[in-house]
Design a protein around this ligand. Structure first.
Ligand SMILES: Cc1ncc(COP(=O)(O)O)c(C=O)c1O
Length: 482
């Protein structure tokens, strides 16, 4: 009772194989049953004998059939019939048993997190760099050069800290551009800032440990910490950065504080020196660590980039995190962390267990990209372009209905925050705007605690002038629909 379809894209011998296999697994063909001779089966179903022989050989190779071609083929006698029947789906789920896959408590916690849900970028998705102007020809040439004569270490797996010449180039770059003081041995190349937070949480936190998290703050960081079972303490950010005194009151014995001092995400505040020193003082006394996320610090439009907090640390308390997602493109999935000397060996061991290291060839090409000046040149060009785009965005927003959205120029970053009145429903506005084809995340969605500011995030770095103007017109419609 075979129903084979000669018009199907699946070859006939595969169809025959599946049909017989299914009959065996379903218990319709019992162990020991003799199958028809290949010639007879072929004739009865109008198949070529080769088709039948191929199907039988496959079934024999996988243990469904015994016997040799020519001596008769039998359903394997060693298949335990009881187990074949046990495969049949139960007509009814046993009482009290959930039909969903049984996740562990940790798995269920992870699966429930929706902190990093990302939609495809469009005007005004925050955090997306300009992609079309990236020097892909140069990048492709550097990659090709590395692929032509790859050393054995590129092919069999390399150092879990990352490719050493890339770490050397980064140590020089970070020292010059960010006043980060480190030896290349303290650097770990990771698959983006997100993985750096995950590694830090694995290495330094036990479930239930308290962690200060900027309020409002970045969902990716929050998600990685929650996944590790941390207890998040939302410490408010004011115009000096995270409020350290409040943090001390809320959770003096926290194990870690996660901050973005150069350009707080999402508010854009730069942490003052006073707060930086207070935070370090607390970390020293509480034996806690500070995770410094320096995700987009290269983009400062007035004056020179500010020094990172890591350079102030003389007690081995700061883990510094950077990423190539903003200065190159997010799909590259390469970032880095600088860990205090005493933690290097532990982080190397954990890194090796997680996924060893990013592609060696990509790391080597990236080292060349930095050492040969391409990265610095690209950042210089993007800095000028983003400053121009911010000015265009501000200009077009001037034309919006008076007064509702308050947007001020900002001397850093890749997005602006437009503030709305405290009682304004920014979530509903964000939803209306999404329906009109623009992405403007609601500021209130970045909060987890008490007092919430209302507003919109407006990313401009990856948005060309025509899209900025068209997007602003849609935003005006969304605002008018309130
Ligand atoms: C605050 C913040 N940190 C870090 C990152 C970069 O993450 P990754 O390097 O994993 O792409 C982003 C990008 O979205 C971000 O907004």
């Amino acid at each position: 009772m075979l129903s084979l379809d000669p018009a199907s894209a699946t070859p006939l011998y595969r169809q025959l194989y599946f049909a017989i296999r299914e009959a065996i697994l379903a218990g319709r063909l019992h162990p020991g049953t003799r199958l028809p001779a290949t010639r007879a089966l072929a004739r009865d179903h109008g198949l070529s004998r080769n088709t039948v022989v191929s199907a039988y050989e496959q079934l024999r190779a996988e243990g469904y059939l015994d016997g040799r071609v020519g001596a008769g083929s039998f359903v394997s006698a060693v298949l335990p019939e009881a187990l074949l029947h046990a495969r049949q789906p139960q007509a009814e789920t046993p009482a009290g048993r959930d039909s969903r896959p049984a996740l562990s408590a940790r798995g269920a916690r992870l699966a429930a997190l929706r902190e990093l849900a990302r939609s495809p970028p469009r005007a005004f998705s925050p955090g997306v760099p300009e992609l079309a102007s990236f020097p892909f020809d140069d990048w492709a040439r550097l990659l090709a050069r590395r692929w032509r004569n790859p050393p054995r270490s590129f092919l069999v797996g390399g150092d879990p800290s990352g490719y050493r010449p890339l770490r050397e180039a980064l140590a020089v770059y970070l020292g010059a551009a960010r006043a980060v003081s480190c030896d290349p041995d303290q650097i770990l190349i990771v698959s983006g800032a997100q993985q750096a937070v995950d590694l830090a949480a694995r290495a330094l936190l036990d479930p239930g440990d308290s962690v200060w998290m900027e309020e409002p703050g970045f969902g990716g960081t929050r998600g990685a910490l929650l996944a590790a079972g941390a207890k998040l303490v939302p410490v408010p950010v004011d115009d000096e950065g995270i409020d350290v005194q409040q943090g001390r009151r809320m959770a003096p014995g926290a194990r870690m504080a996660c901050v973005s001092p150069s350009h707080q995400y999402p508010l854009g505040v730069t942490m003052t020196l006073r707060r930086r020193l207070e935070l370090l003082d607390w970390a020293r006394a509480a034996d806690a660590f500070v995770l410094e996320d320096d995700y987009d610090s290269e983009y400062r439009y007035a004056g020179r980039p500010l020094a990172a907090m890591q350079g102030l640390d003389d007690a081995g308390r700061i883990l510094y995190i950077g990423s190539f997602s903003k200065v190159m493109f997010p799909g590259l999935r390469i970032g880095y962390m600088v860990v205090p000397p005493g933690l290097v060996e532990a982080f190397r061991a954990i890194r090796a267990l997680v996924d060893s290291h990013p592609s060696s060839v990509a790391q080597a090409a990236l080292g060349d990209f930095i050492a040969e000046g391409y990265l610095a040149a690209h950042i210089r060009r993007m800095r000028a372009l983003y400053a121009e785009r911010q000015a265009i965005l501000l200009d077009t927003l001037q034309a919006l209905p008076a007064g509702l959205l308050r947007v001020a120029p900002h001397d850093a970053g890749m997005h602006l925050v437009g503030l709305l009145p405290d009682d304004y429903d920014d979530t509903a506005l964000s939803r209306r705007a999404a329906a009109l084809g623009i992405t403007v995340p609601a500021l209130s969605a970045f909060y987890r605690g008490g007092t919430v500011k209302r507003g919109l995030l407006l990313g401009y770095a990856g948005v060309g002038e025509p899209e900025i103007r068209a997007g602003a017109a849609r935003l005006a419609r969304a605002l008018a629909g309130s």
